[in-house]
Design a protein around this ligand. Structure first.
Ligand code: SF4
Ligand code: SF4
Length: 167
């Protein structure tokens, strides 16, 4: 079991309450765009682990939860009305709390803070867009992005994750 802080155990119980109506139909996996490309990521399996009370380190260590793009397709299709995407977001928050954040996520957060996007658009993609007469992509308002990250506590969280990574 993961270090059992009362807060984390409480959060896990909350997540369990949200998934206990799951009857493992697989609709979530069937519609998941990530699962279609990469079958190791399977939201039904994640629900199964939660139902089984598998609140083990592996749930975070294999880092599968981070492959979820947060598209909400599963949540809109679940016959039991389970907000699967929200549950996976809860797991991601818990993973950060138990100090298990993939390096790539920290890199992406840093990129958003510094440029407003996770990755820039390549010149070739821009050329193709022009050729197809698609509208110009305007750069994000960096000040606004940074302000939002500051007031929502993302900057503070990012700094503590970086400190931890350097230890
Ligand atoms: S769609 Fe809903 S009920 Fe079906 S496996 Fe996924 S979470 Fe469970
Ligand atoms: S929210 Fe995540 S788990 Fe659900 S369909 Fe989208 S990528 Fe898959």
């Amino acid at each position: 079991m993961i270090e059992e802080s009362t807060e984390i155990i409480g959060e896990f119980k909350e997540l369990y309450d949200k998934v206990k109506l799951c009857y493992q139909c697989g609709t979530c996996a069937g519609g998941c765009p990530v699962f279609k490309q990469y079958s190791r990521f399977n939201p039904r399996r994640i629900m199964e682990k939660l139902l089984a009370g598998e609140f083990t380190k592996e749930l975070f260590d294999d880092q599968q939860i981070w492959f979820c793009t947060g598209c909400y397709t599963c949540s809109t299709r679940c016959p039991q009305g389970i907000d699967i995407c929200h549950v996976i977001n809860g797991l991601k928050n818990m993973a950060v709390k138990v100090k298990n954040t993939p390096e790539g996520i920290i890199t992406e957060m840093t990129a958003i803070l510094e440029t407003g996007v996770t990755a820039g658009i390549s010149q070739s993609a821009l050329k193709r867009r022009t050729k197809l007469e698609l509208p110009e992509i305007l750069p994000p308002d960096l000040n606004e992005v940074q302000k939002l990250m500051e007031v929502t506590g993302v900057v503070a969280k990012l700094n503590s994750l970086k400190e931890l990574a350097e230890q």
